[in-house]
Design a protein around this ligand. Structure first.
Ligand code: GTP
Ligand code: MG
Ligand code: ZN
Length: 314
């Protein structure tokens, strides 16, 4: 016999309203409601389970302050991780836009890891090569884009947010229209500059990177969601602080291979069904590598992550 429905324990049922988290800073949050009003928000019960992009239920405002009563189920969550902790980046995304450029210090592994993290959460990816106005190392960047487009099947666009912001905004807006998009990348690559070309009202702070250190200055310090209208649609663009290492302590061998089509497409003919494509005899991936069908730098990256995965096993 069906049990009678349990009476809701929610103490503020009927008095809550939906909102979206636009910014979190420690225990300090901001949310925006459907009519675009912004409130300062505190999580009920001092829980720290809120990230930018979350859909939440808030209790009626007292002044300009609300309590976040409940975090609604997430469609997805992009995060990075190391052996000690998980760093949540943003939730309920339609697209992860990875921004990269040759200056300061381009790190292809950052881009590759960001792509894998997104793929493992089933979030579509756009790669944005920024700073096409820089001549130095341009050939290297073009080659990297070819690799990502032709071998890995990624959607790649090339822009100069500073020298041709209008065209950059046009190209990017077409891809972002109607979506919630997270901008992610190493510090100094131009995420906030790109945001500003799309939504000038964001007026996000940008800063010249350190030429002495060839490093970004971590100008953006909190992940922030900007709601905006462009390309005739409602959009949400999330700017995030740059960081150095995109930790992937949460992925397994299957997830890794599934997110590397340039390697996976050669894995059909291995002698052993459980071949890891690192040292086994009769490996069709290593045969493809020897034939020049796989980029050595991608294979090295794959082996480094596989070694991490194997070392993690209890
Ligand atoms: N030459 C050139 N410089 C650019 C371009 N886009 C951005 N920059 C410059 O790169 C520097 C860093 O840009 P930001 O937008 O602050 O970079 P960010 O990725 O937001 O950096 P963090 O907030 O530290 O993560 C600034 O001096 C920008 O003016 C571009 O297309 N060409
Ligand atoms: Mg920034
Ligand atoms: Zn193999």
């Amino acid at each position: 016999m069906a049990r009678p429905a349990k009476k809701s324990q929610d103490p503020v049922e009927g008095q809550t309203f939906p909102a979206r988290v636009t910014r979190t800073h420690g225990r300090h949050h901001f949310v925006t409601d459907a009519s675009g009003r912004t409130f300062e928000a505190h999580r009920r019960g001092k829980k720290s389970d809120v990230v930018a992009g979350d859909n939440v239920l808030c209790s009626e405002p007292h002044g300009n302050v609300v309590a976040i009563e409940r975090v609604l189920e997430r469609r997805n969550l992009l995060y990075r991780s190391d052996a000690w902790r998980i760093k949540e980046l943003a939730a309920n995304l339609d697209l992860v836009a990875v921004v990269f450029a040759q200056r300061p210090a381009f790190n292809p592994w950052f881009v590759w890891k960001a792509v894998i993290a997104a793929r493992c959460e089933n979030i579509p990816v756009l790669l944005i090569r920024n700073k096409t106005d820089l001549v130095e190392d341009a050939a290297r960047m073009e080659d990297f884009c070819r690799l990502m487009q032709d071998d890995c099947g990624e959607d790649v666009i090339a822009v100069s947010a500073v020298c041709d912001g209008e065209k950059a905004a046009e190209q990017i807006a077409a891809r972002f229209a109607g979506k919630t998009v997270l901008l992610v990348g190493q510090s100094g690559m131009g995420k906030s500059t790109i945001l500003n070309t799309l939504c000038p009202e964001a007026a996000a702070r940008t800063q010249e990177y350190s030429h002495a250190l060839n490093l970004g200055k971590q100008t953006t310090t909190t992940t922030t969601l900007y709601q905006s209208t462009f390309a005739g649609r409602e959009n949400a663009v999330i700017d995030s602080p740059g960081f150095q290492e995109f930790g992937l302590a949460h992925i397994d061998a299957l997830g890794l291979l599934g997110a590397m089509p340039d390697i996976a497409r050669h894995a059909e003919g291995c002698r052993f069904y459980n071949c890891t494509h690192t040292a086994e005899p009769g490996c069709s991936v290593r045969a493809a590598l020897a034939d020049g069908k796989i980029r050595p730098e991608r294979y090295d990256f794959y082996c480094a992550l596989m070694a991490e995965i194997k070392n993690r096993r209890p």
